[in-house]
Structures are given as structure tokens and as C-alpha cells.
Design a protein. Structure first.
Length: 127
């Protein structure tokens, strides 16, 4: 997560919302390092993250529940991300998420690459 957050301009790191997943066990380090506000959803309350839950439904089209993401090729993940980020959305007045990201000063992220030493997936790189 830090490798991804390092690519985001500081003015776009205002807050982050966590659910109750164990992947957020070190949330305090992440929030402290980036100076963000942290919000937490109540357990078993997906409606508190409505936009994210809706987006997760779209992701399930590409990667159904139970998919071992370690076996998904980086090119396949990048293809799905590009498709999702370039779809027009009513919530964004029929703009794309990519258009809003770039208009806010977000960086163009490169395709995911395999990190040879640590078996990590790294998304994009700084120009």
C-alpha cells in the first residue's frame, strides 16, 4: 500500500476509510506517515461504504469471489483497471474516474510490474 500511496500527490491524501479487514492492522503507521484522517466503517455495515461496495461489484465481473489474485497476471489486472477507470459514471456527471483523477493533479500510473526480488506487484512509477 505504501508503494501505491507514495505515487499519490500529498494534496490528494486527505483521508482514508477502512473496513474491518485484517489487512488494515497497521493502519496507524499508514495514517501517521501520510498525515491523513482515518475513518472506520462499523462491522457488517457495507452501506457505509456504498460507492466502494458498488465498485467491488464491478471488479467481481473481472475477478469473481475466490479468485487467487496472486495468479492474476499484472497485464490482466491493468486491463481491468483501465476498463473500470475509463467508464463514464453518473456520480461524476458522466466523466470518468480517470478524468477526475488527472484534473485533481493525480499522476498517470504505469502498468503494474512484477518486483523480481520480493514477489511484489508494484503499480506505476514516478516520472
Amino acid at each position: 500500500m505504501v508503494e501505491l500511496f507514495d505515487q499519490i500527490p500529498p494534496h490528494l491524501l486527505g483521508s482514508v476509510t477502512f473496513d474491518q479487514g485484517s489487512e488494515w492492522a497497521d493502519w496507524e503507521c499508514l495514517v501517521e506517515h501520510y498525515g491523513m484522517a482515518a475513518w472506520f466503517c462499523d462491522p457488517h455495515s457495507p452501506w457505509q461504504r456504498g460507492a466502494i461496495e458498488n465498485f467491488n461489484g464491478h471488479v467481481r465481473y473481472w475477478f469473481p469471489r475466490g479468485t487467487d489474485l496472486a495468479r492474476v497476471a499484472p497485464a490482466a489486472a491493468d486491463h481491468a483497471a483501465t476498463f473500470l477507470n475509463t467508464q463514464r459514471r453518473r456520480l461524476l456527471h458522466w466523466d470518468t474516474a480517470e478524468q477526475h483523477w488527472l484534473a485533481a493533479g493525480g499522476l498517470v500510473l504505469g502498468a503494474p510490474t512484477h518486483h523480481p526480488r520480493r514477489d511484489l506487484i508494484t503499480i506505476g512509477s514516478r516520472p
